[in-house]
Design a binder for this molecule. Structure first.
Ligand code: ATP
Length: 258
């Protein structure tokens, strides 16, 4: 569903993303982890077509995001790290605007919007201006907006920020249910407990390079003896000067044949 090959982004001499390759199969929940400034958002922006890579390719469902951006974007729902919502629209109007952008037929879009508002608990607020929504309500409205066109790939930069426990639970359950239906979910997150709970595959990016990649079991079994929990594994891998150590024990995408 998602194939990233030798993707790089340089700012002058600085390599924000350094030759990364990843492949994500359909129906997978994929967690993209890394410390602040590691290159997660830069990667996501290149994946979703809002930032030109210095080199490398990104294929979404077989479409090159640079050569066939429209086809690729129709397959994708995106929630960026700093989303913009038109506050002077009501929740319903915003979702209608988004479904028009994705050319969802009128009748279908009304049914779809109704379903999404219900699922994310916003039905009673659909006619209120978004300006009046709480942060968590805006997050849930963005989840609705990202799915009006039934995307096959959902890309979410930090999905849990600002959600209360009920909202976080709803999102995790939704991710699991959608993945079962075949949707692929790519999320960048600092919430290691969330990644541990829902992710099928994970990658850790450090200073622009992928330093670990695989299933939770791969990461656990390949970490130092006695290390337990994703948080400890993550800290072990990203610890200063541990790249070489990590590289000998962690599964790399190229080595895994992915
Ligand atoms: P965070 O978890 O803090 O959001 P991140 O992993 O998403 O971090 P990025 O936003 O991808 O990190 O940034 C990667 C690096 O690229 C950072 O060092 C950042 O300062 C740098 N960077 C990003 N955009 C630019 C730019 N336009 N010009 C120069 N450097 C940039």
């Amino acid at each position: 569903m998602l194939q990233i090959t030798n993707l790089s982004k340089n700012y002058g001499d600085f390599k924000a993303v350094n030759n990364i390759s990843l492949e994500v199969e359909p129906g997978t929940i994929f967690a993209f982890l890394g410390t602040n400034g590691a290159g997660k958002t830069t990667t996501i922006r290149m994946m979703t077509g809002t930032l030109q890579p210095t080199s490398g390719t990104v294929y979404i469902g077989g479409y090159d995001i640079r050569k066939n951006p429209i086809e690729a974007k129709f397959l994708m729902g995106v929630i960026p790290d700093r989303p913009y919502i038109y506050g002077k629209l009501t929740g319903y109007e915003f979702l209608k605007f988004m479904s028009d952008l994705y050319q969802v037929p009128h009748k279908e879009s009304n049914i779809r919007i109704g379903e999404l508002l219900e699922h994310y608990g916003l039905t009673n607020w659909q006619n209120d201006l978004v300006d009046g929504y709480s942060h968590g309500m805006k997050q849930r409205l963005l989840m609705c907006a990202s799915q009006v066109h039934r995307p096959k790939l959902l890309v979410v930069d930090e999905p849990m920020v600002g959600l209360d426990p009920k909202g976080a639970r709803l999102l995790k359950d939704t991710f699991r249910a959608k993945a079962k239906e075949g949707m692929t979910i790519f999320m960048s997150t600092h919430s290691l407990s969330v990644a541990e709970e829902v992710a099928d595959k994970l990658a850790i990016i450090k200073s622009g390079s992928i330093v670990a990649h695989g299933s939770l079991e791969d990461l656990y079994s390949q970490s130092r003896e006695g290390t337990s929990g994703l948080e400890n594994v993550f800290l072990d891998i990203i610890a200063e000067g541990k790249d070489e150590e990590a590289s000998s024990s962690i599964q790399f995408p190229q080595e895994a044949g992915e």
